[in-house]
Design a protein around this ligand. Structure first.
Ligand code: SF4
Ligand code: SF4
Length: 387
């Protein structure tokens, strides 16, 4: 098969991260120390080689890009200070930008000031749109869904979800097609027979259940090369809490809407703290706040080699997640106060606007790894012996 070489690939990749793989002399140290190197022992060196020689299509079709959790061990041992761990992170940013046809992801990564302005303006637009349809502020009790009618929030949320689904689907289709071609995986391999379906089901379970929700390789394999810290400060744990917290809050919001749809309770009806949906939201909010707070502290302190370099994209995601979690808790607090505080209504407006923005921007920023990584892990688990 003919290989197309793109001489602009390496300089283009360098715009996405602080690495210097041009200095790499292919010694193989990074592959030797990487806890996630497979049996063929080519990871991450092969991906670095693609960048060096300009093999853009091969790089964008490499599922291995997404199997790296950026433990930083390879960067630590690289004799040329090429920062291979940072290179892998930059290559993932480049891939997210390349899979997105709107070029919004590229702007978010390469023009941090414009990206931040877009994020701020989007939140302001959501807030203004909801404010335009606002109702009265009850001063006796915090009637949040009287102030911003639940129907308005639900319809806006539905529109956001549809847009995100379409954008995410387009990106995943591009990525999956590339990986499938390079791996020689066709429809028949996935759906062609009973055995193929069983194999695909198993791969799906490994990708979504064991690896994405259970964080197995991050938790078990990467842990062996991490600097020793207390369990509550370990990277996989903070990452997992952040992910579980976000998913829990999303689940609680959808479940609350579902309860209204089936006529059990209207959105915004006061419920005790032990009410399952509220309990889920509270526990998930606590996980999200703890996870994002500790991750930000670690980035500020450059507490480990994996956070030696932080991009604007890293901070944007963490700040948005943290803001959504904290404003949610402030609202909980406001609901317990004897008199409805007027600020509670504004915090609510801000909270919903940030949450909507977070979901809408998901396919266009670092958050997109939550969509792409499971797809790559699915292909990884699909190969014979893959797990
Ligand atoms: S350890 Fe450094 S120099 Fe050696 S192959 Fe990896 S990136 Fe290249
Ligand atoms: S950062 Fe860690 S997981 Fe990623 S390639 Fe380097 S050693 Fe492997």
């Amino acid at each position: 098969m003919a290989v197309t070489v793109d001489p602009t690939l390496l300089p283009e990749l360098q715009r996405y991260g602080a690495f210097d793989v041009a200095a790499c002399f292919n010694c193989g140290n990074c592959t030797a120390v990487c806890p996630l190197t497979g049996d063929d022992a080519t990871f991450p060196r092969r991906i670095i080689r693609y960048a060096q020689v300009g093999m853009k299509q091969e790089l964008l079709s490499a599922k291995e890009l997404w199997t790296c959790y950026y433990c930083g061990e390879c960067s630590e041992t690289c004799p040329r200070q090429a920062e291979p761990g940072e290179f892998m992170a930059a290559a993932r940013r480049y891939a997210i930008a390349s899979y997105d046809r709107t070029r919004l992801a590229r702007t978010m990564y390469l023009q941090p000031i414009v990206g931040t302005a877009i994020a701020v303006m989007l939140a302001a637009l959501f807030a203004l749109f909801m404010y335009a349809g606002h109702g009265p502020q009850d001063s006796a009790s915090l009637a949040l869904f009287q102030f911003i009618p639940s129907g308005l929030i639900h319809n806006l949320g539905l529109a956001v979800m549809i847009l995100v689904f379409l954008a995410g689907l387009a990106g995943v289709a591009t990525m999956a097609t590339r990986i499938a071609r390079s791996e020689g995986v066709g429809w028949r391999t996935v759906f062609g027979s009973g055995a193929a379906l069983r194999r695909s089901g198993r791969a799906l379970w490994i990708a979504l259940g064991i690896e994405s929700l259970g964080q197995r390789r991050y938790r078990v394999d990467c842990e062996t090369v991490q600097q020793p810290v207390a369990w509550y400060r370990r990277r996989w744990f903070l990452h997992a809490l952040t992910m579980w917290g976000f998913l829990g809050l999303l689940g609680a919001t959808i479940a609350d809407y579902g309860l209204e749809l089936v006529g059990i309770k209207a959105t915004g009806t006061p419920v005790p703290i032990w009410y399952p949906v509220r309990l889920l939201g509270t526990a998930a909010g606590a996980m999200l706040i703890y996870g994002t707070t500790m991750l930000m502290i670690d980035r500020l302190r450059k507490a480990n080699r994996a956070v030696r370099h932080s991009s604007t994209a890293d901070w944007t995601l963490l700040v948005l997640l943290w803001t959504a979690g904290v404003t949610g808790f402030v609202l909980e607090l406001a609901l317990y106060l004897p008199q409805a505080p007027a600020w509670g209504y504004w915090v609510f407006l801000f909270h919903v606007a940030v949450a909507m923005e977070l979901v809408l921007l998901a396919p266009f920023m670092k958050f997109a790894h939550a969509i792409y990584r499971p797809v790559a892990l699915f292909f990884y688990a699909l190969k014979p012996g893959g797990q």
